[in-house]
Structures are given as structure tokens and as C-alpha cells.
Design a protein around this ligand. Sequence first.
Ligand code: ASP
Length: 431
Amino acid sequence: MAKLKSLFDTLWFRVLLGLVLGIAFGFAVGPVTAHGALGIDGKSFLTEYIRPVGTVFINLIKMVIVPLIFFSLISGIVSMTDAKAFRRIGLKSVAYYLTTGAFAVCIGLAFGHFFRPGLGVDLSALAAVAGTPAAPAAALPPVNVISILVGTIPPNVVKAMAEDNILQVVVFALFVGITLNALGDKVRNLTAVFQQSATLVFRLIETVIRFSPYGVFALTAWMVGTQGLDILFALFKLVCVVIGALFTQYLLFGLMLVAFGRLSPLPFYKKMLEPQLMAFSTSSSKATLPVAMRVVNESIGVSKSNTAFVLPLGASINMDGTAIYLGITALFFSQAYGIPLGPHQYFILVLTATLGSIGAAGIPSGSLFMMGMVFTSVGLPLDGIALIAGIDRILDMMRTTVNITGDSLITLLVDKSEATFNRQVYEDMSR
Ligand code: ASP
């Protein structure tokens, strides 16, 4: 009994409970099983009463996300007063992130190539099951390589913050942090203000996170109860292939820990459970960042400054699950439409899908907006995007879990290579 009580005291357990109860509740109340099984209109009950709880939770997180990224990055940079160390860590992180992203696309392409999920798929039957597409292809803004690069520079910082444009906020924070370091003593007080603001934001986040079991419950119940599962069965093979590839990447993370970090992967897998549950239920790397930062620093043993700098950078530019997904869906539609792709196109897919995973916003269905660029780069029709939108949420839950795990792993490896990593904390399974 005492054991159960101490388990219940841990946040990850309460979040897990929220998730499980949410699934059960969604099934009981939602229209998926029997309409009105509980004598109520499940769909509107979930939408009117349960969803708002989830919205409050998401809004609480959104409230702290821009200040978190902005102040955390700046405080991370100003804590690296050694300009050489900063450049080294920055370059190392970006190199790691890009390499794992490109490698993830290759895993996606390999799975798509060998398991051929699109072979024999009747797209017109699929369109009938998909019904009204959640994101008609025509409604997606055009995205290409140049526009992603140009789009990282904020013409108006306030607007970038107001619109939650994380990539632009990252760029501005880098500018401010680097310049504060260059000015050194002249701006000592201002630098301290930024550092203290980061401390304030971390405390705000601790408060918000306490609400997460309820938010997770509400979001999951709503999701399970309102998003019919028919479409999932229609695309069963694709779903299995995506899950297989994501799981492979997940195992590779463990191997990377052993090979590059010389660490047992078990503590990492165990301690990542809490951020992973968060990623799973919110489908947003951005929303998971606060929890991930706390766990990576306090339980995994990564130094404060690298947690503050490398992890938010990863949450905005590194999405391994998304990279896998973009690779597989491109091959899925090439097979379903009967448009063969050669080695040259595979190479283009590695480039554009990696870029797409960098450019995708860490929000639910962020990658749908990148599919346009990836598909057009190899001449695939865009109509497929609307079909895939129907199953996107469920796959999104899984790829976001992989995304945040990859960011945390690279942050750990960078920290370890800088000899600032606390191995004792990492190996202490009670943390
Ligand atoms: N939802 C994902 C994330 O936040 C992005 C995506 O749609 O792939 O990491």
C-alpha cells in the first residue's frame, strides 16, 4: 500500500494513469463503441465538457513556451562565457541533429522500400473512408527549401513571439545571447535579468506541469472518443510500417547511448517515460519541452547550461520521428499512385525530408505542412495529404514521442562529450 502511495506521488505515474483512464473513458463515452452507451451523446459530451479541460492545459503550456525558449536559450548561451566552447557546442549539436535527422529519413525510406505499404492500396476507397479531409491539400501554404530558410529570420520579433513561430524566436534568442556575451561586463546587470527570468519561467513551468495528469486525461479521452478508428484499419499496413520504423529508431537511440556515450540505456529509457507520455498525449514537441528539460537536467544528469541550450534547439530543429514519417509517406504514395522513384529521387527525398523535419513546427500535425514540399520535390500529387490527415493524429502521438526522445538523447551525448554530465545522477534509478 505504501509502495502504491509512493508510486502515486510520482508525476509520471499520475500522467500514465491519466492516459489510461482517458482511453477507457473515451471508449466508454465516445461514439466509437455504441452510440449513447451511457445514455448520452458521447461526441458532444466530450467536445463540450472534456475537451475544454485539455484546452486549458494546452493553453497553460502555450503561455510559457515562448518565454521558456527565449530565456532558456539566452541563459544557456550567457552561461557559456567561453566563446570557443559555445561555438564548439553549437556546431556539435547542429551536426548531431542533422546527421540523426538524415539517418532517420533513411530508416523511413528503407521501411517504405522493403515493406511497400502503398502497394495495392485503393486510393479512391480510402478517400471514401477518410470523408471530409482535415487538411485539404489546397489549403496548405506552399513551402519550399528557400522559403524555409528565409522564414527563419523574423522581420518582426514581437510578431514572431505572438504567432509562436519558434524557429524565428530561436534565431532572435541566439542573436541576443551571443551579443550579450560579446558585450560582457558592460551589460552585466541585463544579463543577470535574463538569467533570473529563466529561473522564473522554470518555476512557472513546475506549477503548470502539476496539472498535466488532468490535461492528459482530457486530451486522450477526447481523441479516442471522437476520432473514429475506421480510417486506421483502412491504412493498417502503413500504420504498422510507420510504427515498426519508429520503434527501430527508438532502439537505435539505446544503441547510440552505448556506442557514443558508453552508458547503459536502461536509466535513459526509464527516465524518459514522463516526457514521452507527455509527447504521446499532446502530439507536440513544443508542449513537451518543459517536462523534457526538467527530466533531462534533474533525473538524467545533463548540466543546466547544456539542457538550457541544446534541448530547446533540438525541439525546434530535430524531429527524427517526423523525418521517418515524411520518408515513408512519400514512398507510400509513390507506390499507391504507381509513380516509380529512382535512386536520384531517393536522394532528393533524404534532403527534403530532413529539411522538412527541421522546418516542421513542434505542434500537432506539424509535418502535414511539410509534406507539400517533400512530395512536390519528387513529383508526387498532393491529394494524398488529405487522405493521410485522417490517421495523422494517432501516428503523430508516436512520432512526437520519438522526436522528443531524440532531442534528449543528443543533449545527453553533447553534454557527455563536454565532460559536464553527471553520471551518478544518471545511474540513480530513484530520481
Ligand atoms: N507533432 C510533431 C511534433 O510536435 C510534429 C509532426 O507533426 O511531425 O514533434
